[in-house]
Design a protein around this ligand. Structure first.
Ligand code: NAD
Length: 251
């Protein structure tokens, strides 16, 4: 698919899945707008993206959980780069503590980064998408946005919430609004990035972990085909089914 005319914003572009998605879109010829709270990580992604052929890469430091900061940086992007046509809400955090061990501030932070940030970026960029009748909002949720997991109560809650947000947006924008603005949900299982290194809860070793390059290849091709991407390994689906907890949305 040709994305050369697209301006793609990726939050949390400074490492892991965000960085690999940036490199993939760089190879496809998109203009990149990279956001991360980490200055160094984001600079490194920009450098790698240029090396991978991106003609236009713009990196911004932004804590996307902070509403005013999102609006300010978004204004800067609109002036310096133009209207974002593909918004990928990818920034996320996980602490992996059992619920009763989770400090209040940590729970609040999970909700701010993993959920509220999606609202602020969408508020900033979707109006221009609607005006031009062209745009795409991509929500990086998680398999933990579909089923509850031990040690991930705050994470699961924050990831469930954005599934609801993305579905509602899809209905408002495309199905009812007929605006030409798409909303895609991505729900991956474990991917071998740094994300789960600091987690205190240890999950069973038999859980399959995906190679990040392979995962991102599938995620980006799913995004470009506007497919809801859910990756739950069969072994896990079976376990969930055995427990009588199979969620309605697995597919
Ligand atoms: P990662 O930790 O490698 O990358 C997350 C990035 O987000 C980092 O660069 C970090 O600096 C940035 N970030 C954190 N807080 C931020 C903030 N407030 N503002 C801006 N940037 C911020 O993790 P990853 O594995 O690449 O995860 C990317 C996304 O994929 C997350 O939303 C995560 O929940 C989701 N996900 C990951 C997995 C997995 O197994 N790795 C599975 C399912 C879903």
């Amino acid at each position: 698919k040709n994305v050369t005319g697209e301006i793609v914003l990726i939050t949390g572009a400074g490492s892991g899945i965000g960085r690999l998605m940036a490199l993939k879109f760089a190879r496809l010829g998109a203009t990149l707008v990279l956001w991360d709270i980490s200055v160094e990580g984001n600079k490194e992604t920009a450098r790698l993206a240029r090396k991978n052929g991106a003609a236009r890469v713009h990196n911004y430091t932004c804590d996307c959980s902070k509403r005013q900061e999102v609006y300010q940086v978004a204004d800067q992007v609109k002036k310096e780069v133009g209207d974002v046509s593909i918004l990928i809400n990818n920034a996320g955090i996980v602490t992996g503590k059992k619920f009763l061990d989770s400090p209040d501030a940590m729970i609040q932070k999970s909700m701010e980064v993993n959920t509220m940030a999606h609202f602020w970026t969408a508020k900033a960029f979707v109006p221009a998408m609607v005006a031009s009748n062209h745009g795409h909002v991509v929500t990086i949720s998680s398999a933990a946005g579909l089923v509850g997991v031990t040690g991930l109560a705050d994470y699961c809650a924050s990831k469930f919430a954005v599934v609801g947000f993305a579905e509602s947006l899809a209905i408002e924008m495309l199905a009812l609004g007929k605006t030409g603005v798409k909303s895609t949900i991505v729900c991956p299982f474990f991917i071998n990035t740094g994300m789960f290194d600091g987690c205190q809860t240890k999950w069973p070793r038999f859980l399959p972990v995906m190679d990040p390059d392979y995962a991102v290849e599938r995620i980006v091709s799913g995004i470009l085909r506007n497919q809801v991407y859910v990756y739950i390994p069969r072994s896990i689906t079976l376990l969930i089914a055995l427990k009588g907890l199979i969620p309605t949305k697995v597919g």
